[in-house]
Design a protein around this ligand. Structure first.
Ligand SMILES: [Zn+2]
Length: 261
């Protein structure tokens, strides 16, 4: 499921391939039960150009200074493809933005949990959603407040988009694995030092994944991402990777080196 790094990779593709081209039309695929811009919303974009992109947490935006913007959420399985007319299309294209000339922006989404809408202002959108600071941008004190004061499981706090935006199941598990923190640990039971270490690890992990364009095979061999299997060998001690539910989410951790205080 896409998290901040996958959204950032998608934003970068928009930035390099979909700006400064006049929007000439739209094409819809099979879109029953999907949240996509209606005809009136699409009409607002006709003849305009996207001139900038933004991202906040898992949310992607492409638009212009005074709008309107497209907000794109990848959902469970969404992805963005910038291609040219005539290129062979993958299945499950739900929405295509047709620019003058050959350039096309495709939204592919096999499972249909993604959504796209036309919005007027990105900051208003972020405020209305109640999103916390972006997980790559959040400062040390704000991170300590958001995660270190929670009486609930630290993993659940990392997943809360209202505390900090962008982290999901994969990269919260990775950060806790690297820092030796039990996903069930209460945030308020962790020392300030461990919270600081967790913040640095979170940022480094997200940035590393962004740097690979969210290509997991390019990530180091000793990362948890390569061994999310009950019974796999831990790379940080002699322990065994174990699956458990934390806050309703399937979590992988090593009970030998990940501790609660
Ligand atoms: Zn271990």
């Amino acid at each position: 499921m896409p998290e901040l790094p996958e959204a950032e990779a998608a934003r970068a593709r928009l930035e390099s391939g979909a700006l400064h081209r006049t929007i000439a039309g739209f094409a819809l695929g099979e879109v029953t039960h999907m949240d996509l811009p209606d005809e009136a919303s699409r009409e607002r974009l006709m003849g305009t150009q996207f001139t900038r992109t933004r991202r906040h947490g898992k949310y992607i935006f492409i638009g212009s200074v005074d709008g309107p913007w497209l907000h794109i959420h990848l959902g469970m399985s969404g992805s963005l493809r910038v291609m040219d007319a005539g290129d062979e299309l993958p299945d499950y294209i739900r929405l295509t933005v047709e620019f003058e000339g050959d350039r096309r922006l495709h939204f592919r989404d096999p499972r249909k949990f993604g959504r796209i809408e036309v919005i007027d202002d990105v900051d208003d959108f972020i405020a209305a959603k109640g999103l916390g600071p972006d997980a790559l941008e959040i400062g040390d004190n704000a991170f300590a407040d958001a995660i270190g004061r929670t009486r609930g499981a630290v993993k659940s706090a990392l997943l809360s988009q209202k505390k900090l935006a962008g982290i999901g199941n994969l990269w919260s598990d990775e950060a806790l694995y690297r820092t030796g923190i039990d996903p069930d640990a209460r945030g308020s039971d962790l020392t300030q030092e461990r919270i600081g270490t967790l913040h640095r690890a979170t940022r480094e992990i997200l940035q590393s994944v962004v740097d690979t364009g969210a290509t997991y095979s390019k990530l180091p061999d000793d990362w948890l991402i390569h061994r999310r299997d009950d019974g796999a060998a831990c790379t940080r001690c002699d322990g065994t990777i174990t699956k458990k539910k934390v806050g309703g989410r399937t979590s992988y951790h090593c009970p030998d080196h990940q501790t609660g205080t």
